[in-house]
Design a protein around this ligand. Structure first.
Ligand code: HEM
Length: 340
């Protein structure tokens, strides 16, 4: 995550309130600074390099056993829009950036956990191409971010936090295509009275050769080319917490072993064949907001990092949508796929 400093009226104070301090560093400082510098349209604080947004179908596996038909998974199929992005600046190359995916489901009844969006009929999932997060808790994230944003010295933090340094190193891997990479939630969620992490696993072999990774924007070019040629599918899976000691809820650098608890497929995410470059589609995706708390109680996000995300994502989305003159409301229905 690349955070910039801005002269701020007060110094972020992780010891007093890590959630407020992280909101200050991500939204007030990072986004505020870019807005002052003339960024237009205003973008997300992180994952601000989009690769494309695609219409999809979220198809719950037919005949799913009753124990898995919890919350969202009690449906048969739902409309979805999916945004692929990298956690880097739009002017920088895609190579070795962290790739993320936001999935917005439509037509989900029931009270949502995100304050202000209780009556929304959407529900979101957010995953990235790494099975762990690079810090354990909200306080660790605050201290890491403070080191970069305020002290301008990530190295001092990384020297004394070798696990974070190692994970960040592993995250800098080459992703040939957004459509052939697995993604993980990294953080746990409730699943009724149990706990799970989410995983998206691509199905089937790649159906075209990826374009040259010398192109700084090769992930967008690849996504556009592949979806023009045909649909793409992912297994949507949950990995159950089967052991409290080795599968903690608030220690995000700890991988939940897939050998101990193999992920179970509950649904298939089918990205339809489409031209993602049609007029208005990219803008539609940029103006969406994905938030892990925009979900049902059955899927409540867990751990202190999730508590931070509730505040920071909502504040960031509100600021960028206000500055871009876009209503900060959830869509009622999925945008239709308008193709030439
Ligand atoms: C305290 C920890 C974290 C902070 C402060 C943070 C901050 C943010 C912010 C400010 C945004 C932009 C929100 C918006 O404007 O709509 C964002 C988006 C995103 N974050 Fe995080 N994040 C955190 C943890 C994580 C974790 C654990 C993951 C792993 C899956 C993750 C993956 C993503 C992705 C993929 C997006 C882009 C979603 C989209 O397409 O809109 N983040 N994050």
């Amino acid at each position: 995550m690349k955070i910039q400093q801005k002269a701020s009226s007060s110094t972020p104070d992780c010891g007093r309130d890590p959630v407020a301090a992280l909101k200050q560093m991500f939204v007030d400082m990072t986004m505020g600074n870019r807005i002052l510098a003339g960024q237009c349209p205003v973008r997300r604080a992180v994952f601000l390099k989009p690769h494309g947004v695609a219409k999809a179908d979220f198809i719950i596996t037919p005949g799913l056993p009753q124990e898995y038909r919890v919350g969202i998974f009690a449906h048969d199929r739902l409309d979805a829009w999916v945004r692929f992005s990298s956690d880097t600046l739009p002017g920088l190359g895609d190579l070795k950036s962290t790739v993320g995916v936001g999935i917005k489901l439509f037509g989900v009844p029931g009270t949502k956990l995100l304050p202000g969006d209780e009556n929304a009929t959407t529900a979101d999932f957010i995953l990235q191409n790494m099975d762990v997060f690079f810090v354990d808790t909200a306080m660790d994230m605050c201290e890491f971010t403070y080191a970069g944003a305020v002290e301008h010295d990530y190295n001092k933090y990384l020297d004394s936090h070798p696990i974070t340094a190692k994970i960040l190193d592993e995250m800098a891997k080459v992703v040939p295509s957004c459509l052939t990479s697995p993604y993980w939630s990294g953080l746990p969620y409730a699943f009724g009275d149990r706990f799970v992490k989410y995983k998206l696993e691509p199905i089937g072999p790649p159906f075209s050769a990826p374009p040259s990774q010398n192109n700084a924007d090769y992930l967008a070019a690849d996504l556009q080319a592949r979806l023009n040629m045909g649909e793409a599918q992912f297994r949507f899976m949950v990995q159950f917490q089967t052991d409290l000691a080795t599968m903690p809820l608030d220690k995000a650098t700890v991988q939940w072993s897939e050998e101990t608890s193999p992920p179970v497929q509950l649904a298939t995410l089918v990205l339809r064949q489409q031209d993602v470059s049609v007029q208005g589609q990219a803008e539609y995706g940029e103006n969406l907001s994905f938030n892990p708390w925009r979900t049902l109680k059955e899927h409540e996000p867990q751990g202190s990092i999730s508590d931070v995300r509730k505040v920071v994502y909502q504040a960031g989305a509100a600021l960028r949508r206000f500055k871009n003159g876009v209503p900060a409301v959830e869509p009622q229905a999925a945008r239709e796929l308008k193709q030439p």
